[in-house]
Design a protein around this ligand. Sequence first.
Ligand code: MTE
Length: 494
Amino acid sequence: NRDHPVKVTVVEVGKGHSAEESSSTIDSAPSSSSPLSSSASEGSSPKVQLSEPFYPVSLLLQNDETQVAVASLPGNLGVPSVPKDEPPTTIDPQDAGGPDGWVPRDPRMVRLTGKHPFNAEAKLNDLFNQGFFTSTNLFFVRNHGAVPKVDLDMAKHWKVEFTGLCNNTSFSLEDLRTKFEVVTIPITLVCAGNRRKEQNVVQKSLGFSWGAGGVSTALFTGVRLCDVLKYVQPERGAKHVVFEGADQLPNGPYGTSQLLSWASEPNKGMMLAWAMNGKPLEPDHGFPIRLVVPSQIGGRSVKWLKKIELSAIESQHHLHFHDNKVLPMPVGPDQARVEKSWWYDPRYLIRDLNVNSAIACPDHDEILDAPPSNTYTLRGYAYSGGGRRITRVEISLDEGSTWRLAEIEYPEDKFREVAYDDTIYGKVDLTASDLCFCWSFWSFPVLVEELSKAAAITVRAMDEGLALQPRDMYWNATGMMNNWWFRVAVHHLE
Ligand code: MTE
């Protein structure tokens, strides 16, 4: 009977292997034996309801044009809408009593490193269902340590200090807002460890297991880094821009650097941002100010930004060397731990993201119980780095022997089309760059009958530089930049 329902369930590669869930993170995150680190099910203290949220949501953007502009985005132009969810107000029992015991967080976030530090992603399906923009509440978080506690008064007096080979000066948020043009740009951030879980299943790396949810998109508001750099007049000999955050980690503050030539390039879209989705940054995302670097790995977007140094040499911060590297495959975790020289080889530093894609529909363990003549639409996301656009997404139902083209949607374009309309956006400039800074979405309708015969669904994407996701995983000690074909296995239940 052709119309007899077909039951299949799909399993994402790397799911169902829970051994890695609370593994230690690269470098400064405590191991699972730390007193602060325990599995997500632990922590019996009651939910703490903050009578008065510590974090003042209306701070800084009161009467600010940016907030008004974002709030008035029209819904009828096909423009992706900006999530307007209120930030969470409750403290998770797992945080109560710990260093982040004052940071309200969304309970839907899946913790990947036990209680502390907070490293979390939304379930892939929850993330995907958000659409183009991710609610700040479900935006992935990567913290190497405790969130710096910054109150309203501290934020008002917060200064970003410029030092080194330039006019040494400092800017408050008010200074930045008034001295430079304010821009608002949709940007996708991606952790270099996105999809690391699949690597950890093959062989444990030094990093903890991200699923495919270490990626999120928001509308960031701030000033262009290139404008501020021009103002401070870098001196001869300055080659690098070194950024430092306020978080205190065991080996000093978090810091990393950019080439000055890249940071000064307007089209690269780097910005000093204070708002996300039209509201002040949340504590987990760098309140009161952060660097946002589109199209590079998330690790370059320094949060709780305090200091910017113009320098002849790259950042000397511990994590600039000991994180965000793809070491050669033959260098195992133990060798990398012992032979420190691997970390100082500049060839292994990661800047731009690489081409990647994932399947969100069907979801892990989804059961498809439908007549064979029905159509099921496979869906997912794809992104690349360096401002490069995804140019094709291909689907295989026979383990890569044959491929078919999926449809690709670029919501970012829609956004830019209307961005020129001053009557809607006021002074906010959404056209800061013509490069591609955001994820795209793909879809591929397929007959259930065909799915019922497939052993797996596989996706791969290509970008403008003709970089194609590889068939084979490039396993590496830090477990970074995993971008082999994304594959879900199909199990036939009857
Ligand atoms: N900045 C500081 N100061 N401290 C950090 O731990 N983590 C980095 C980056 N900036 C980090 C930081 C990493 S590895 C990533 S992937 C992004 O922040 C994550 O940004 P998000 O937490 O806002 O998503």
